[in-house]
Design a protein around this ligand. Structure first.
Ligand code: HEM
Length: 451
């Protein structure tokens, strides 16, 4: 013991210079949806806010206003070179917003014809996998993960963490699309470290770049049925393909895992919803649609930049101002819900945004999440949340209200094990057995089904 009093990081006041709300610090991290409602009550559809580093931005809270901003690229550009703060040198290399706003020639940072050309290549390549291809990959990676879980449980109530499982399956599926299955271990560690803000972040970022570059080189030599090969065939140069792979990995992986988690917490944490799901009164697809309205995986999205002076929600926007799409706020805008709460068949949720940059991975993302949850409930029919949904530890970053942990459990007797190897216990490939509990193991008779 040194005898020194402990030191704590300085508390961050939720209100910063000019009396503006900060979208960072403890208040935001604890409950960003509550901050949205506070801001809506104070400002209406559009609020001036402070981002990390106390950089000024407009947070768009209204559903209609978010649609207007996301849908008008000539007035609200996706190109951060329009940003006054960037031109004024406020966004230095080590600024927390630099990684998501430093311009590169990439589909997320360009508008108009160039954007169309890049986006067409991405859409064309995703379409090749959207139907059966992705489903097969999700089943394969979910099964692998569950096989490991089931094999690894000891005595006592089985328990595992869905945060790790969802992230693993989501990243594995994306890497499989790239033909990069072998890179999972290296990339999952490096991608996590790259955004950690820690001392190893820059080195991890360089390793991620080198890995994607490696893949591009390989696909140039021998093209395959994978995303990088299709992008190269579209005429994109090496650097653009490499960076597009990096962007798609980030754009696809985290929101998809988050949607798996939100849906699980929402439906499997509530006995009534769980009964509906296990019975026939709702489907996983309907559950996901509901969650996309109530708990969109991305609560905000950076960003749009005003190309000239304009007006929005009665306020004057100056040329070069940044606007942050407030997706979580828009989906709860009372004006958008005026017709009631029957939202499952209503596609106007802004979870995937709107306009020319709207998510091109929507169909695939929904498919991945639905297949994952279907498979999880098929393999572990008694699966349930092992905590109250409202007590799950969470922490919001600027764009995602992350879960830090999501413990779940299941009845050992009910687990369905898929044996893929003919050699395993002399059973046939694809045969399924119900896992017996240690006490009934001797007498248990396998329930057999051949796929
Ligand atoms: C299921 C969860 C997902 C959610 C909630 C989601 C949401 C979003 C949102 C809000 C945007 C920003 C759009 C804008 O700037 O207006 C976006 C962009 C994007 N997303 Fe997704 N996404 C998901 C899954 C995926 C998947 C699976 C892929 C691809 C495999 C993908 C690829 C992309 C790409 C490439 C962009 C940039 C599009 C552009 O700028 O033109 N996303 N996504």
């Amino acid at each position: 013991m040194s005898g020194q009093p402990p030191t704590y990081p300085p508390a961050i006041d939720p209100i910063g210079p000019d009396g503006l709300h900060r979208l960072y610090g403890p208040e935001w991290e604890a409950d960003p949806m509550a901050v949205f409602e506070k801001l809506r009550a104070e400002y209406g559809a559009l609020a001036p806010v402070l981002l990390p580093g106390d950089v000024h931005a407009w947070l768009v809270l209204g559903h209609r206003e978010n649609g207007l901003v996301a849908g008008n690229a000539s007035v609200f550009s996706r190109d951060p070179r329009n940003w006054k703060a960037m031109k004024d040198g406020l966004i230095t290399h080590d600024h927390p917003l630099a990684p998501v706003t430093r311009w590169q020639r990439l589909l997320v940072f360009v508008d108009g014809l160039e954007h169309r050309w890049m986006r067409d290549a991405v859409i064309e390549s995703l379409k090749k996998f959207e139907q059966r291809g992705v489903r097969r990959l999700v089943v394969q990676h979910t099964d692998e993960a569950i096989d490991e879980l089931v094999a690894g449980v000891g005595h006592g109530e089985p328990r595992a963490d869905l945060v790790g499982l969802a992230n693993r399956v989501s990243l594995k599926v994306v890497l499989s699309l790239f033909g990069m299955d072998d890179y999972f271990d290296a990339l999952s560690a490096d991608m996590h470290e790259m955004i950690s803000g820690g001392t190893g972040a820059a080195a991890a970022g360089a390793r991620v770049t080198a890995t994607f570059q490696d893949v591009v080189e390989q696909r140039k030599q021998s093209p395959g049925h994978d995303l990088p090969s299709i992008l190269l065939a579209h005429g994109m140069d090496d650097e653009v393909v490499r960076e597009t792979l990096r962007v798609i990995t980030a754009a696809a992986n985290e929101p998809t895992a988050q949607l798996m988690l939100e849906t699980f917490a929402y439906y499997l944490g509530d006995p009534k919803s769980l009964r509906e799901l296990r019975g026939a009164s709702t489907t996983v697809a309907a559950a996901v649609a509901r969650v996309l309205w109530d708990r969109p995986p991305m609560i905000t999205n950076i960003g749009r930049w005003a190309t000239g002076t304009t007006k929005l929600a009665g306020r004057r926007i100056e040329e070069g101002d940044m606007l942050l799409l407030g997706i979580g706020a828009a989906n709860h805008d009372p004006a958008a819900r005026a017709t009631g709460d029957d939202l499952q068949n209503n596609r106007a949720s802004l979870a995937f945004s709107h306009g020319p940059h709207a998510c091109p991975g929507e169909t695939m993302g929904r498919g991945i999440v639905e297949t994952f949850l279907d498979r999880l409930m098929y393999r572990l029919p008694s699966v349930r949340l092992a905590a109250k949904p409202e007590e799950l530890p969470r922490k919001a970053t600027l764009m995602i209200w992350q879960f830090l942990e999501m413990p779940f459990t299941w009845d050992r007797d009910g687990a369905l094990v898929v044996l893929r190897k003919r050699e395993a216990d002399g059973l046939v490939a694809g045969e399924r057995i119900r896992v017996p509990s240690p006490t009934t193991a001797k007498s248990a008779i396998p329930e057999v089904r051949i796929s």
